[in-house]
Design a protein around this ligand. Structure first.
Ligand code: GDP
Ligand code: MG
Length: 449
């Protein structure tokens, strides 16, 4: 699936001119991929219309003959950017995500259906803030489900987060109010309120939700949605938005078979930003959400941002050479080689490779063994490089193409594979530079959000 989009995009990049026919063909592939990912049908139609009008506007603005849009150089890029921009807008409502303020109590209320992952996720979020130095507490306002408080208590204890709740069948509204008041009095900065997700009647659930909101006066309401529910996302998100002032979204279970389309529906229905995605059952399985990598990944285009996040765990500060280079604003091929080697030690290679941009889906699909083989090929290519090449920023291959051919021949890889690797390195390096050298980079990596 992803490879079809990749192919279409390659076609776009290779075409001498971009005309309507080609754009249509590409849009067809992209829309097919989106539909297969459970994106709401109406949204896909809108998207197609939007992209076409945006591209046409650009064409008119450029004052260029209608049939042949613009010469390749600018156009493929511009069209691609337009496509990506529109796609990103699907998951970016254009409002800034709510952020807690220091020196006061910030009350966050979780809402969502039973089983969507509220209890799990509110501990993850609490732990996230706790690790960042916020004085954080949890309040369990789910008295509906037997064992709800137990679950929260266990999670909270493991994460060393203070909690409040009750085993008895007390009134959830009162309980929530008490808990929040208690933690406010104790000068907690982040107070997260977990709520129940099921009632005999939907109306009752929403009524209770509204009453709890009335009692705790949340600064932010987070709507938690199961990422695997497919087309059901749209009506569900809509119902919640109508019942309560949703401020942010967290999509859970994105580690499994979730195709991501539901996330887009949730944003469209609530006009709220996705702040995190849940990627597993454990407390650290919470990733910051970013539109572009999410869309890229959905289309099978690779996710550089995710890779950078994965790199966060690599303890970059232990790598003296890299740090020195980063300080100088340099990220050499050798640096990438070392990073990839470390990544290899991180386990599930397929998962890591899946986040690398430019790697066709068919190469990361399949078995772990196949992934490992692919990885080894990359390493072989780099190992074939001479020291002067490895210690360079890669431009040396552009100015002296014979080097490229030599590495290709020496490693037994086709030239385009070497070029792909160089392109990846370039993206990598750009990302590192964008983060502002070592200081910015480390700050970004250490103090997320
Ligand atoms: P709640 O009813 O909304 O409070 O949902 P829970 O927090 O109890 O979660 C329901 C189930 O989903 C539990 O088995 C969780 O372990 C699981 N779960 C929650 N988030 C994730 C996630 O991001 N990935 C996976 N794989 N499972 C999750
Ligand atoms: Mg729960």
């Amino acid at each position: 699936l992803g490879s079809r989009v990749n192919k279409a995009l390659r076609q776009l990049a290779d075409a001498p001119v971009v005309d309507e026919q080609l754009l249509d063909a590409i849009l067809r592939e992209i829309c097919a991929a989106l539909l297969a990912s459970d994106v709401n049908v109406k949204l896909v139609q809108n998207l197609r219309t939007n992209i076409k009008s945006v591209v046409n506007i650009r064409e008119l603005a450029a004052g260029i003959n209608k049939k042949r849009l613009i010469q390749k150089a600018g156009t493929a890029r511009a069209s691609m950017d337009a496509v990506m921009d529109e796609l990103c807008r699907l998951v970016d409502p254009g409002v800034e995500a709510w952020k807690p303020k220091k020196g006061r109590a910030n009350v966050i209320m979780f809402v969502g259906l039973q089983g969507s992952g509220k209890t799990t996720t509110c501990t993850k979020l609490a732990s996230h803030y706790h690790r960042k130095g916020w004085k954080t507490a949890l309040v369990c306002a789910d008295t509906f489900r037997a064992g709800a408080f137990d679950q929260l208590r266990q999670n909270a204890t493991k994460a060393r987060i203070p909690y409040y709740g009750s085993y008895s069948e007390s009134d959830p509204v009162q309980l929530a109010g008490e808990g929040v008041a208690k933690f406010k009095a104790e000068r907690f900065e982040i107070i997260i309120v977990d709520t129940s997700g099921r009632h005999k009647q939907e109306g009752e659930l929403f009524a209770e939700m509204q009453q709890i909101a009335g009692a705790v006066q949340p600064d932010n309401v987070i709507f938690v949605m199961d990422g695997t529910i497919g087309q059901a996302a749209d009506p569900q998100a809509r119902a919640f938005k109508e019942a309560i002032d949703v401020g942010s979204i967290i999509i859970t279970k994105m580690d499994g078979h979730a195709k991501g389309g539901g996330a887009i529906s949730a944003v469209a229905a609530t006009q709220s930003p996705i702040i995190f995605v849940g990627t597993g059952e454990h407390i650290h399985d919470l990733e910051r959400f970013a539109p572009r990598p999410f869309i890229s990944k959905m289309l099978g285009m690779g996710d550089l941002g995710g890779l950078m996040e994965a790199m966060q765990d690599l303890k970059l500060d232990k790598n003296k050479n890299l740090m020195k280079n980063l300080e100088a604003g340099v990220f050499t091929l050798r640096d990438m080689h070392e990073q990839l080697q470390t990544i290899q030690k991180m386990g599930p290679l397929g998962k890591v490779m899946g986040m690398m941009p430019g790697i066709p889906q068919e190469l990361i699909a399949g078995t772990e063994q196949e992934g490992t083989r692919r990885f080894k090929r990359m390493m072989t290519i780099m190992d074939t490089g001479r020291p002067v090449e490895l210690d360079s920023d890669g431009k040396i291959f552009e100015t002296q193409p014979s080097r490229l051919r030599r590495v290709a021949a020496g490693s037994g890889a086709p030239t385009y594979e070497v070029e792909a690797l160089l392109a990846q390195h370039k993206q990598f390096a750009q990302m590192v530079k964008k983060m502002g050298g070592s200081k910015g980079f480390m700050k970004e990596q250490m103090g997320r959000g």
